[in-house]
Design a protein around this ligand. Structure first.
Ligand code: WT7
Length: 704
C-alpha cells in the first residue's frame, strides 16, 4: 500500500462505533405507484454482471450526434473514458431538443429573495433564444472557442444558467466559483484554470440586502494577475438590465455590461458544437489537504448521462414536475441537480436567489405552495435551521412533496424525522444522497420507490456503484461489524471526474494510489476510488457516512481545507503560526475555530483577532468566517514540530485531550485549555455532550 502524501497516517478505521439501528420507513404507496424506478428488475439490470454496459441506459436518455463505439475504455487507467467515439452537445440536450418539442414549457423559474419582486418564468423557447445570443457574444465578442476555460462568479440568477449553457453550446469549459467566495479565492481559480474571461454580476440580494458583487471581480483580476494570469475581459450581467447597482466603477476597455453588448447579437443562432463525449464540460474547484484547490474536470458524455440517469431514478424527475433544489449553482449540487440533470430531462427547475429563512422560516413553504413544487432538495444545515426557527410552519401551507433530498453532510436521525414528518408531512420519500464534487453525481442513496429509508444512513450504493469499506491495510471491513473504515468505490462510473485540472499526479495520489496494488494495471478491478470519508456498513448493506478523514472541515455542506484557512490567517503579518480545527455546531454541522500564535513583540487582543477573521474573509469568503480566533502563546507540537490539531480540536470541543506526554511542549496544553474553555463558558458557548462518532472525529482530527 503506497502512503500518499495527502492521506493521513491513521484514520477512523478500526474505531468501533456503536449506534442505535434506526427503523425503516417504507416509501409511501402513492409515490411508488408513479415512480420512475418501481420495478425491481432495474436492480438486476445494474448488477455487477452487467457493468459497464448498464450505464448505456443512462446515456440513452440523451440525444447523440454519433453513437459511442466503446462504453468504458480503461486503457489509461485510472483516467477512465466513457462512451468513447460518441459525439454530442450538452446544451442541445438540455435546451434545444425540449424547445423543439415544447417551446412554451417552463424551463426555469427564478424566485427573487424580496418577496414583492416578480418571479420569472423562462420557457424552453426563451431559454434557447437567450443561450443562442449569449453564445454568439462569447464567441464573437469575447473570442472564446471549444476547449478554452472561462471563470464564472455568478450568484443564484437565471443568467448563471444561460452562461453555463452558452459555454456548453460552444464547448467552452466553464469554471463556476461559488458566489460567496471572495475575489481572491476567485482569482486563484482564474489563474489555475487559465481563464482570460471572467463573467460576473453587479450584485444580488442575500438576507434582505443587496451586496456589491462586482467589486470581487476587480480583486479577482488583480489576484489572478499576481499569479501570472491576465484577464482581458470582464463581462458583467446586471441584475436589472440598464441599472447598475454596484458602487464599483467599470474598468474602461476591460469591463462590459452584457445587456449593452448583447443587442448586437439579438436573434442570432449559434449551432451547438458537436463534441467528443470525452471532451470536458466544466471544472469545479474543491478543497483538499494542500492549499492549492483542485479543479475537478468533468466530461460531457459521461457526466451528462450520469446526472440525467440519477435525476430520473433518484430525484424521480418526470417532465411535468416542478423541482426545487436550494443548493447554490456555484457548487457541484447546483451544476448536477439544478441545471444539467433536471434540464436534460426537460423538467421545470426552480432557482431561488437568497437564503431560505428570508424573511422568515415559512418562505420555502410559501414558494412551494405558490409554484406547485413537488420535489424538494436541500442540505441538513438548512433543515436544521428551518426546524429551529419555525418548527411548525410547514403545516400552514398547502404544498405536496412527493420526494425530498438531503445532501452534503450526515443528517442526524432526529432532524431526518422532522424533515419526514413535518416538511414532507409523512407523504414524501426521502433520499439521503451521499456523493462529492469529484464524483459528478450520487454514490450512495436509497432508490426511493424500491428501497426503504433509514434515518441517518444514506442507503446502499447507487445503481451501478459498488462501494466497499477498507481498513488502513486494504482489508475489507465486513458489513455488520460495527467497525468504521475508509469507504471506496470499487468500480468506475460515468460521472467520475476525468482528472484534476493540470495536476494528474495529484488525481492519482489523492484518489487512487492508496488501494492500488499494480500501477500498470489496465483492469478497473485494481483501482478502487478512495473517497476520503469514514463510513460503516450495517447488515442490510446500508452505509452510514461519518465524515471526512482528511484535513477538511465540512461547514454547512461546504468543504474547507485546513491548509487554505491557515494560509489565509498567515497573510496577517503579525501571525507566526496558525491552525484550523472543527467545532461541532448544532445548525451548521461543523464550524471553524482558528488558533494562532504571534511573532515576538506583538500583543494579543480583539484587534488582532479581527485581523485574522478579515484575512479569512478576504482570502476565502464569509462562509469560512471562524466562530472564534484563539491567540495562544505557542501551539502544542510533536517533537518533529508538527502542530497537534487533535489536541486543540479537543480543547475547542470540551473533549478529553488524551495523552499529551509525548509532545515537545506538553506544559502549554493546560493553559490553552483553561483560557479557551473559560472564555467559551463566559460566552455561553458550551457544546452539548458529543456523540461517540463526533468524539472519535474530534480526537482523531489532524491524525497524528
Ligand atoms: C463531502 C463532499 C455532494 C455534493 C455536496 C458536497 C460529505 C456529502 C453527504 C451525505 C453524509 C455527506 C462527505 C463528502 N457528504 N453528502 N448525504 N451524508 N456526508 O460536495 O463539497 O465535494 O463534499 O461531503 O464527507 O465526502 P463536496
Amino acid at each position: 500500500m503506497t502512503e500518499s502524501s495527502e492521506t493521513p497516517e491513521v484514520s477512523e478505521s478500526q474505531i468501533a462505533v456503536h449506534w442505535r439501528e434506526e427503523e425503516y420507513y417504507p416509501p409511501p404507496e402513492k409515490f411508488v405507484a408513479q415512480a420512475n424506478a418501481n420495478d425491481p428488475a432495474i436492480l438486476e439490470r445494474f448488477s455487477e454482471d452487467n457493468f459497464p454496459d448498464c450505464f448505456t441506459e443512462y446515456a440513452d436518455l440523451l440525444t447523440w450526434d454519433k453513437p459511442w463505439d466503446t462504453v468504458l475504455d480503461t486503457s489509461a487507467a485510472p483516467f477512465w473514458k466513457w462512451f468513447v467515439g460518441g459525439k454530442l452537445n450538452a446544451c442541445y440536450n438540455c435546451v434545444d431538443r425540449h424547445a423543439a418539442a415544447n417551446p412554451d414549457k417552463t424551463a426555469v423559474i427564478w424566485v427573487p429573495e424580496l418577496e414583492d419582486d416578480e418571479t420569472l418564468h423562462i420557457s424552453y423557447g426563451d431559454l434557447l433564444r437567450q443561450v443562442n445570443e449569449f453564445a454568439a457574444l462569447l464567441r464573437d465578442f469575447a473570442g472564446l472557442k471549444a476547449g478554452d476555460r472561462v471563470t464564472l462568479h455568478m450568484p443564484m440568477m437565471p443568467e448563471a444558467v444561460v452562461t453555463m449553457l452558452a459555454c456548453a453550446r460552444l464547448g467552452v469549459i466553464h469554471s463556476q466559483v461559488f458566489g460567496g467566495f471572495s475575489g481572491n479565492a476567485c482569482g486563484t481559480r482564474i489563474a489555475d484554470s487559465g481563464s482570460r474571461v471572467l463573467i460576473t454580476m453587479d450584485g444580488y440580494y442575500r438576507a434582505g440586502s443587496m451586496g456589491d458583487h462586482k467589486v470581487k471581480a476587480d480583486e479577482a483580476v488583480a489576484e489572478a494577475k499576481r499569479q501570472g494570469q491576465d484577464v482581458d475581459k470582464v463581462l458583467v450581467w446586471r441584475r436589472k438590465p440598464g441599472e447598475y447597482q454596484s458602487p464599483t466603477p467599470m474598468v474602461d476597455g476591460r469591463d462590459f455590461f452584457v445587456d449593452e453588448v448583447i443587442g448586437k447579437y439579438a436573434g442570432q443562432d449559434v449551432a451547438p458544437v458537436s463534441l467528443d463525449a470525452t471532451d470536458s464540460l466544466f471544472l469545479m474547484y474543491t478543497s483538499g489537504t494542500t492549499g492549492r484547490p483542485k479543479g475537478a474536470q468533468h466530461s460531457i458524455g459521461g457526466y451528462l448521462s450520469y446526472v440525467a440517469g440519477t435525476s430520473k431514478y433518484y430525484q424521480d424527475i418526470h417532465p411535468d414536475d416542478v423541482y426545487w433544489c436550494l443548493a447554490d449553482i456555484g457548487w457541484i449540487t447546483g451544476h448536477s441537480y439544478i441545471v444539467y440533470g433536471p434540464l436534460a430531462l426537460g423538467t421545470t427547475t426552480v432557482i431561488y436567489e437568497g437564503v431560505p429563512n428570508y424573511p422568515d422560516g415559512g418562505r420555502p413553504w410559501r414558494v412551494a405552495e405558490k409554484l406547485g413544487v413537488n420535489i424538494f432538495h436541500t442540505s441538513p444545515t438548512s433543515i436544521r435551521m428551518l426546524r429551529k426557527v419555525a418548527p411548525d410552519e410547514p403545516f400552514k401551507y398547502n404544498y405536496h412533496f412527493k420526494t425530498m433530498t438531503t445532501v452534503g453532510e450526515p443528517i442526524e436521525p432526529e432532524v431526518w424525522r422532522w424533515y419526514y414528518n413535518v416538511v414532507g408531512k409523512g407523504q414524501a420519500a426521502i433520499t439521503d444522497t451521499w456523493w462529492q464534487t469529484e464524483t459528478g453525481g450520487f454514490l450512495g442513496s436509497t432508490l426511493p420507490g424500491l428501497q426503504p429509508m433509514k434515518p441517518g444512513s444514506c442507503g446502499p450504493g447507487a445503481l451501478g456503484i459498488f462501494p466497499v469499506i477498507y481498513d488502513e491495510d486494504g482489508n475489507e471491513v465486513p458489513k455488520g461489524s460495527n467497525k468504521a473504515g475508509n469507504i471506496c468505490i470499487r468500480n468506475p462510473w460515468p460521472g467520475i471526474m476525468q482528472t484534476v485540472w493540470g495536476q494528474p499526479e495529484r488525481f492519482l495520489d489523492v484518489y487512487y494510489r492508496k488501494y492500488n496494488t499494480d500501477p500498470d494495471s489496465k483492469d478497473w478491478h485494481d483501482w478502487p476510488y478512495f473517497c476520503g470519508d469514514g463510513a460503516l456498513q450495517s447488515d442490510d448493506g446500508y452505509f452510514r457516512i461519518l465524515g471526512r478523514i482528511d484535513d477538511v472541515i465540512n461547514v454547512a455542506g461546504h468543504r474547507l481545507g485546513t491548509k487554505e484557512l491557515e494560509s489565509a490567517a498567515l497573510t496577517v503579518p503579525e501571525v507566526a503560526e496558525a491552525a484550523a480545527v472543527p467545532v461541532i455546531d448544532d445548525i451548521r454541522g461543523r464550524m471553524v475555530e482558528m488558533y494562532v500564535s504571534l511573532k515576538p513583540g506583538f500583543e494579543p487582543g480583539p484587534e488582532m483577532e479581527s485581523k485574522v477573521v478579515a484575512a479569512i474573509e478576504t482570502e476565502i469568503g464569509k462562509i469560512a468566517r471562524p466562530k472564534n480566533v484563539w491567540i495562544v502563546p505557542d501551539m502544542p507540537k510533536t517533537r518533529s514540530g508538527k502542530i497537534m490539531r487533535r489536541v486543540i480540536a479537543s480543547v475547542s470541543n470540551f473533549a478529553d485531550v488524551g495523552d499529551v506526554t509525548t509532545l515537545a511542549n506538553p506544559e502549554i496544553v493546560d493553559g490553552i485549555r483553561q483560557h479557551v474553555q473559560r472564555a467559551k463558558v463566559a460566552k455561553g458557548d458550551m457544546p452539548r455532550e458529543l456523540t461517540e462518532t463526533e468524539l472519535a472525529e474530534i480526537q482523531a482530527f489532524g491524525n497524528e
